[in-house]
Design a protein around this ligand. Structure first.
Ligand code: MRU
Length: 365
């Protein structure tokens, strides 16, 4: 890493210009080391997603989309049916890397649709259309995050205290982040937010990533342990909570990083509004309620020994390590999307958001 380059100058996920490869910033190394890695095989891409080298719902979607383009370059056939079969096999494999963030299957379906709706094209043409679609998914992500930032900014005042959990920042997206987008846009306007970043056990995305990127960007950020949010809220230091999400159900129940529902329950106690920053790609109207969301379980070692110089739990102890929890919709003050802010009742307001999206897309054609 060049000494002068700021972490904010790096791309979370990119396509290698020198040949078919996905280039990611290895987030498991941050903040200590800034390493870019090239992914060229399905197994490398799968592992990068599973091991959280690339993570955050939108970034996973972009990585999977670039991944499918890269893998399509390696499918050696001129026959459409053979190409489709192999493409779908690789797609299913990548889709199995992480179950909760809907953006993964959303982006993979979009890529598959390119192949399915261009049966008349040559394999060479299909590859070039896939490349174009993956780039479009990334560019959309930037526009969507900025729009979420603009809507989110209407919910806070200059000087406000904002608490966030996990990392729904630039490192989790292509730019701006979702939960951090109002913070970065506020900074552009000279607002002086005071941000509290939960460290986010067990994988420390808040400490390693959110505190790092906000601090590097010059935002006033204070790192707290997860069990301190009640105290900072009780002290009156927090005016709003902004968090990201991995899947929003049709009724507004929201899966996000484990611990989010605790923050929301505490925020309710202290009358602090909780806003979920959600690209429509993370809203899953086919999932009726949070009870239907598949919550990823992760290895016990993440809790017992990872990050510690020596193991910090007795050998053989039972460990429960869900990566996400569901915040009930009645704890959520609003869901901030790129098409506006949805409020209770979410079953209606989220459908209205999708109606706006359809209208916007129709007028673009
Ligand atoms: O396990 P992670 O680090 O991928 O979890 C990430 C989160 O929970 C984020 O809040 C969510 O994906 C939104 S990122 C804009």
């Amino acid at each position: 890493m060049s000494e002068t380059k700021n972490i904010m100058d790096y791309e979370t996920v990119a396509l290698d210009e020198n040949g078919p490869a996905v280039v990611i910033l290895d987030q498991t190394r941050l903040p200590g080391r800034t390493e870019l890695i090239r992914l060229t095989t399905a197994q490398q891409i799968w592992e990068a997603i599973y091991l959280l080298k690339v993570r955050g719902a939108p970034a996973i979607g972009v990585a999977a989309a670039f991944g499918m383009y890269v893998l399509s370059e390696g499918i050696e056939t001129e026959d459409y049916d053979v190409f489709l079969k192999e493409f779908q096999k690789q797609k299913e494999y990548l889709d199995s890397a992480r179950p909760t963030a809907v953006n993964l299957s959303w982006a993979l379906k979009r890529m598959e649709q390119v192949v399915l709706s261009n049966r008349d094209k040559s394999v060479e043409q299909l590859r070039s259309l896939l490349r174009r679609e993956a780039i479009a998914i990334k560019e959309e992500d930037i526009r969507v995050c900025r729009a979420i930032g603009e809507y989110g900014l209407t919910l806070v005042q200059p000087g406000d205290g904002i608490l966030t959990h996990c990392n729904a920042g630039q490192l989790a997206t292509s730019k701006y982040g979702t939960a951090t987008a109002p913070i970065y846009l506020g900074q552009e306007k000279g607002y002086h937010f005071r941000v509290f970043a939960d460290e986010t056990r067990p994988l420390l995305q808040g400490a390693r990533l959110t505190a790092y990127e906000l601090h590097s960007a010059g935002v006033d950020v204070t790192l707290i342990c997860d069990n301190m949010s009640a105290m900072v809220m009780k002290n009156g230091w927090v005016n709003a909570v902004f968090v990201g999400c991995d899947r929003v159900a049709a009724n507004g129940d929201t899966a996000n990083k484990i611990g989010t529902s605790v923050v929301a329950a505490v925020a309710k106690r202290y009358n602090v509004p909780v806003y979920i920053c959600a690209p429509t790609s993370t809203i899953d109207l086919e999932t009726a309620t949070g009870a239907e969301i598949h919550i990823e379980q992760r290895p016990a070692e993440e809790v017992t020994e990872m990050w510690y110089r020596e193991r910090m739990a007795p050998e053989g102890v039972k460990v429960f390590n869900p990566a996400f929890d569901v915040t009930d919709h009645d704890l959520i003050a609003g869901i901030v999307t790129e098409y506006g802010i949805a409020r209770e009742p979410y079953t209606e307001s989220l459908r209205e958001i999708f109606r706006k999206k359809q209208e916007a897309q129709a007028s673009e054609l």
